[in-house]
Write a protein that binds this ligand. Structure first.
Ligand code: ATP
Ligand code: MG
Length: 429
C-alpha cells in the first residue's frame, strides 16, 4: 500500500494536545537534518479525542546520533535499541525506523522455532517501520514540519470505525510476539475498539502462545491491562479468550471448579472495578493490591484446605500464601517487594478480626492497614459473611482518625506512569 497523506485541515491532530517536550525533540531532530514523527498511541489517542499516555517518536536518525543530540538522553535495550530522552519525570521514547524481517540472518533478526522474534534491530524506511507495527491504528505518523498525518496501512478508516486490525497475517504476527494478543485486549477494553474477525479468531486459536512470553514482561503487561482504567472489562476479555488461564493456571482452576467459584469470580471483578474507580478518581494504586486480589481465590482455597487438615488458622494462611505465590511465579515474575505486601494484606485478614481491647488501635497504625481494610470490604461485597466486620472498621476509623501517614496503599506511585523498557519485547517504536 502506498502512503496517504492527510493534510492539516483534514484531521484534528493539533500540537496543542502534544507534549511540548515531544515537539522539542522532533524539532531538534528536524533541524539537524533528520526525519522525525510522532507515532503510535500519541497520534491514535488524539485522533480519538483522548489524552495520550505517552509520546513516542520515530526517526531515521540512528540511536547513537539521537543520543549525541540530547544530553538528557540514554541508550537503552540490547535487543531493541531505543533512546530515552528525559525531561524531569517525562520520558520521550525515540526509535529508529525499523525494517522488515524477511531474512533470518541470525544476526540482526532472530526467530525462535515457534516464529517468535528474539532480536530485531534492522533499520529501514518509514514505510517498513509502519508495516512492522502491531495494529493499523498504531501506525500513523504525524509530522510537525508539514502538520500532516502519514498513513501507510489504511489506519484512518480503521480508527473511524474503531477497528483493531493487525498489520499482516494475524497468526504470524501473534507468533512473532504473543504480547500483541494482550495489547489487542487492552485496546479493545480501553478504547472500545472491535477486534477484526481474523485477528480475534487467531487469539482463540493461539492463546496458549502467551506461555512462551518471559515472565518478567508478563508482569508489566498484566499491570498495564488492569490499570488501563477498564480493568474489569479487560478481565472478562482475558477469560473469554482463554488468555487468563495460561497466565494464572491455579487461580483459573479454582475459578472454574471450586464450590465457591461464584463468590471468587465476584471478588475479582469487585477488586478490578474498585481499581477502575480509583483510577478514574486519579487515586494511586499498587500492583501488590491487584495481585493480592487476583491470587486470593487460590490463597483462600488453600487456606481452607490447610485448616481442614488440622493446621491452626494463622500458619494455615501463611502456608497458603506462600504456596499460591510460589505456584504463580513461574508464569509471572511478581517482584519480591510486592509479594511481601500481598502476604501482609492477606495475613491482616485474620488480624482484622480482633476487635477488642488495644488491638484495633495498634492495627490501624499498620502500614498495610488501609489496603487490608479495602480488601476486607471487597470480600464482603462479593458475598462473604464476616459478621459486618467491614462496617465495624469503618465506624472505628471514623471515631479514631489516623494521620494520613499510614495510608501506604494510597500513597505509592502510580504504576505504569514511567516507562520501563527493560523487559520489553519486539517493538518497533
Ligand atoms: P499506550 O501508550 O496507550 O499503551 P501505544 O500504542 O502507544 O499505547 P506503546 O507501548 O507506547 O503503545 O508503543 C508505541 C507504539 O509502538 C505502538 O503504538 C505500536 O506502533 C508499537 N508497538 C508497541 N508494542 C508493539 C508490539 N509488541 N509489536 C508491534 N508494535 C508494537
Ligand atoms: Mg505509547
Amino acid at each position: 500500500m502506498s502512503v496517504t497523506v492527510i493534510a492539516r485541515d483534514q484531521h484534528n491532530v493539533s500540537r496543542k494536545l502534544m507534549s511540548p517536550n515531544a515537539l522539542k525533540v522532533i524539532s531538534r531532530l528536524n533541524n539537524s537534518g533528520f526525519e522525525a514523527y510522532l507515532v503510535g498511541g500519541g497520534v491514535r489517542d488524539i485522533l480519538l479525542g483522548g489524552e495520550p499516555k505517552d509520546f513516542d517518536i520515530a526517526t531515521d536518525a540512528h540511536p547513537e546520533q539521537v543520543h549525541e543530540l540530547f544530553r538528557n538522553s540514554r541508550l537503552i535495550g540490547r535487543r531493541f535499541k531505543l533512546v530515552h530522552i528525559l525531561f524531569g519525570r517525562e520520558v520521550i521514547e525515540v526509535a529508529t525506523f525499523r525494517g522488515a524481517a524477511p531474512v533470518a540472518d541470525g544476526k540482526s533478526h532472530k526467530q525462535s522455532d515457534q516464529g517468535m522474534l528474539l532480536r530485531d534491530n534492522v533499520y529501514g524506511s518509514m514505510e517498513d517501520d509502519a508495516l512492522r507495527r502491531d495494529f493499523t491504528a498504531n501506525a500513523l505518523y504525524y509530522s510537525s514540519k508539514d502538520f500532516a498525518v502519514y498513513d501507510y496501512v489504511g489506519a484512518m478508516a480503521d480508527i473511524k470505525s474503531k477497528t483493531l486490525r493487525l498489520i499482516g497475517d494475524p497468526e504470524t504476527r501473534y507468533r512473532e510476539d504473543p504480547v500483541r494478543m494482550l495489547r489487542a485486549i487492552r485496546f479493545k477494553a480501553k478504547l472500545g475498539f472491535t477486534i477484526e474477525e481474523q485477528a480475534s479468531q487467531a487469539i482463540y486459536k493461539q492463546a496458549s502462545l502467551i506461555e512462551s512470553v518471559a515472565a518478567a514482561r508478563l508482569f508489566d503487561e498484566i499491570i498495564k491491562l488492569f490499570v488501563c482504567g477498564k480493568g474489569e472489562a479487560a478481565y472478562y476479555l482475558l477469560r473469554e479468550y482463554e488468555l487468563f488461564r495460561y497466565m494464572f493456571p491455579a487461580v483459573t482452576h479454582t475459578l472454574d471448579r471450586h464450590n465457591d467459584r461464584a463468590y471468587y469470580e465476584k471478588f475479582i471483578v469487585a477488586g478490578l472495578r474498585n481499581t477502575d474507580v480509583r483510577i478514574q478518581a486519579d487515586k494511586p494504586i499498587t500492583p501488590a493490591f491487584l495481585y493480592a486480589v487476583i491470587l486470593w481465590p487460590e490463597v483462600d482455597r488453600l487456606w481452607q484446605k490447610n485448616v481442614q487438615s488440622g493446621l491452626p488458622e494463622f500458619p494455615a494462611l501463611q502456608q497458603a500464601s506462600q504456596q499460591a505465590v510460589q505456584d504463580q511465579l513461574p508464569f509471572i515474575t511478581i517482584p519480591k517487594r510486592f509479594t511481601l505486601m500481598m502476604k501482609e494484606i492477606w495475613e491482616l485478614q485474620i488480624r482484622l478480626k480482633k476487635t477488642s481491647g488495644k488491638w484495633p488501635h495498634q492495627l490501624i497504625e499498620h502500614k498495610r492497614f488501609r489496603a487490608a481494610y479495602d480488601f476486607l470490604l471487597l470480600r464482603e461485597l462479593a458475598g462473604k459473611d464476616l459478621n459486618n466486620l467491614g462496617n465495624w472498621w469503618t465506624d472505628f476509623q471514623k471515631k479514631n482518625p489516623v494521620p494520613a501517614r499510614t495510608s501506604e496503599h494510597r500513597s505509592g506511585p502510580r504504576p505504569n506512569r514511567k516507562r520501563n523498557n527493560r523487559n520489553r519485547g519486539p517493538k518497533p517504536a
